[in-house]
Design a protein around this ligand. Structure first.
Ligand code: PEP
Ligand code: MG
Length: 548
């Protein structure tokens, strides 16, 4: 049995025969004509490619929707790219055959993309290759390449282009593995939409002797087993069957409320990092946004995002979520999230350092601008604001003072906003948890940031891989703090939720329901599994003592 590790793309298991797909050999030089003739060949092939891409766009639109069809809009733009075109034409005019000029220029451009810092841009290099390969095929009069499969198989190749993936006979593809590629590539995006178990970036060249061998692909962990032994095979067959059953059960709670057998309703919200993620919230039946990490907006910018830039983003989120609550967390820059233009000093202990509200104290304009943008967006949906990294009542009072000033300003300026907008805080420091009785008097809700609360309670740096084993998220200290926070919230008649990763830990759902948690905010794919779990519990029977 051979075992490899790649990057998991779509969380499912595939078991079946491995099919090694070899990509076409390097283009053979055909008899070339004069530069003028070669240029004509290239232009005709390019025009044909344009038509083919348009057709692919249309068929993808029909089969898997607009979002996935966008891939071919990107291809159409790449085909028209002036720099690429100029490079090809100049090579042809130097006497190089059209197909070689296209292939070489495509390769050079793809290399530029592959070296880019941004992961999304890096992932575009395969698209350039795909587009150029199409033009080359047209020049040489080669048929569009489709991967033919005799029987259901797990495909393995250096990489698959989006064109190959959309043309696959889906009834025969059990999953795919690539040697290269990133989880951000269009191929990976398509695999997720098509719900194809897949692992990319396995970084191991298999030779043809493995073609047809039995293979297990674990799209949850990224593990790949070739020629698995009996125990491994049985283990994964069982897991595959369990996953299929769980999926059926989870689908049954789609569109339903997250409510226990004895009628306790828990809001199951989602954590998001940008506007695009709202689609995932809707797709996965999330009941709202429990945490929008607004600092991503700051991290993507070259300078402090203006009030209007922020407003547009928050407004879009508010509108997309409609009546559903969308909690916008004020920026949490600092520690592991650094933006150059903040010019933050280098620190010995960044996690215990200059971060979020602590920066805002010295630069109040950041908080003021952000609260203005959030208040303005509150007119377009059901928006709330949430402040991270709180350790003291004074900080809350300071923020509320700014919020009051913002409301007065907007009123004077005649700008509509929701004057009743909830303002909550994150409980992610032991100080905030221990003083939650005092803090509860000044806010509308608590959201427990269990990621940081674990880090600060256990003195375990969340960035330090060596400490992963001792970062025990079931530690009684942490669970006791959580119980205390929820109790204090309820004493003050406010609601309390959890938006750290712990919210999705199904082995703790009984505990959370037992202590009366009001909301759990998780990554979109966890909504249905969590709802299913909640729906099967009876709150009054949930035992909490054993956790404390
Ligand atoms: C947390 O700390 O649990 C949290 C949700 O915030 P972040 O992970 O962004 O620090
Ligand atoms: Mg945090």
């Amino acid at each position: 049995m051979l075992q490899y590790q790649g990057k998991a793309v779509f969380k499912a298991i595939a078991i079946g025969k491995l099919k090694i797909v070899q990509h076409r050999e390097v283009t053979a030089v055909t008899k070339s004509g004069t530069p003028a003739e070669e240029e004509q060949k290239y232009l005709a092939a390019k025009a044909k490619a344009k038509e083919q891409i348009h057709n692919l766009y249309q068929s993808t639109l029909q089969s898997v929707g607009e979002k996935n069809a966008e891939i071919f809009e990107v291809h159409a733009l790449m085909l028209e790219d002036e720099d690429l075109h100029d490079a090809i034409v100049s090579k042809i005019r130097e006497g190089i055959a059209a197909e070689i000029a296209v292939e070489d220029s495509g390769f050079e451009t793809a290399q530029i993309f592959a070296a880019m810092e941004d992961e999304y841009m890096r992932a575009r290099s395969v698209d350039i290759m795909d587009v150029c390969r199409r033009v080359v095929d047209n020049i040489l009069g080669r048929e569009e390449k489709t991967i033919r499969l005799e029987e259901p198989s797990i495909l393995y190749s250096s990489d698959f282009t989006p064109s190959e993936v959309v043309n696959l006979d889906k009834s025969k593809v059990l999953g795919f593995i690539t040697i290269l590629g990133s989880t951000n590539s269009h191929t990976a995006i398509l695999a997720r939409t098509l719900a194809l178990p897949s692992v990319v970036n396995m970084r191991e060249n298999l030779d043809m002797q493995y073609d047809g061998k039995m293979c297990v692909l674990n799209g949850i962990t990224g593990e790949i087993f070739i020629d698995p032994d009996k125990t491994t095979l049985e283990k994964y067959e069982k897991l595959q069957a369990e996953l299929a059953e769980a999926k059926i059960r989870q689908e049954a709670v789609r569109g339903k409320k997250s409510i226990t057998q004895d009628g306790e309703k828990i809001a199951v919200y989602c954590n998001i990092g940008g506007v695009k993620d709202c689609e995932k919230v809707i797709e996965n039946d999330g009941e709202g946004v429990g945490l929008f990490r607004s600092e991503f907006l700051f991290l993507e910018s070259k300078d402090y995002p203006t009030e209007n830039t922020q407003f547009e983003v928050y407004k879009q989120i508010a509108s997309m979520m409609g009546d559903k609550l969308a909690i916008i967390r004020t920026m949490d820059i600092g520690a592991d999230k650094q933006a150059d233009y903040f010019h933050l000093p280098k620190e010995e202990n960044p996690a215990l350092g200059y971060r979020s509200i602590r920066i805002c104290f010295d630069r109040p304009e950041i908080m003021h601008t952000q609260l203005r943008a959030i208040y303005r967006a509150s007119h377009y949906g059901n928006v709330a604001a949430m402040i991270p990294m709180i350790i003291a009542v004074e900080e809350v009072l300071w923020v509320k003072e700014i919020a009051k000033k913002v409301r007065e300003e907007l009123k004077q300026e005649g700008i509509p906003f929701n004057a009743e907008m909830q303002i909550g805080i994150m409980i992610e420091t032991p100080a905030a948890a221990i003083c939650s009785d005092l803090l509860a008097e000044h806010v509308d809700f608590f959201s427990i940031g269990s990621n940081d609360l674990t880090q600060y309670t256990l003195a375990v740096d969340r960035q330090n891989e060596m400490l992963e084993k001792i970062a025990d998220t079931h530690h009684k200290a942490l669970l006791r703090l959580i119980e205390m926070v929820v109790k204090n919230a309820h004493k003050a008649n406010i609601w309390a939720g959890i938006c750290g990763e712990l919210a999705a830990d199904l082995s703790l759902t009984e505990f959370f329901v037992g202590i009366g948690i009001d909301e759990l905010s998780v990554s979109p794919p966890y909504v249905l599994p969590l709802r299913e779990k909640i729906c099967n519990l009876t709150a009054k029977n949930c035992k909490i003592k054993k956790y404390l």
